[in-house]
Write a protein that binds this ligand. Sequence first.
Ligand code: DER
Length: 226
Amino acid sequence: LTLAQEKQVAAAAALRWVRDGMLLGLGTGSTSAQFIMQLGAAVQNGLKVQGTATSLASEALARQLGIPLIAPRRGLRFDLAVDGADELDGQLRLIKGGGGALLREKVLETASDYLVVIGDSSKLVPVLGRFPLPLEVVPFALPWVLDAVEALGGAPVVRMAQPGATDYYFSDQKNLLVDCHFGQILEPERLAAQLKTIPGIVEHGLFLGLAKAAIVVRDGAALVLR
Ligand code: DER
């Protein structure tokens, strides 16, 4: 299978978990886009669900496909959130944020009863950290955040709008993304706690204790990890 086909297989497997009446959290990235497209087809065939998206891009795609969307409101919880990841380990700890949506993803997935991660075969790793850890950072705080991350050994790089561009990438919240090269992250919980002490970091891309399951494609088949 090509990577694109693997994403389709993972998305189709997650769609089988969707039931009429569910409130869904809709992820961001190319694998989530596959899920949203397949969900849209199911909605057009009569599936009764509503959703909230984790990015303006996913919201636009869902709206275009006729998936009923609901706005954030007090007490809103999602039955099921489906999202991709940049890396996941055997304990379902994730690095997310490659798609720039980590803040809304973490907010919405924390408000979800069940997060299932969908991924192609490249996502499952023995140790997190080969993929640089994304941070969402308030622009004013950038210089001091870069110093603090560097002091932690994170080799920070501010994400540009396009590779090689001279303008910064801005999140849906108009914050900056900083990609940090820590190398192997052997104690993700400890690093997450350290990052939380740095003012100006709005959110980091370590998603710990959030995913209840993952559907990862291996040798053409969807593998469910719990
Ligand atoms: O930004 C994210 O967390 C996304 O889930 C993303 O990184 C996963 O990307 P992909 O589905 O395009 O591989």
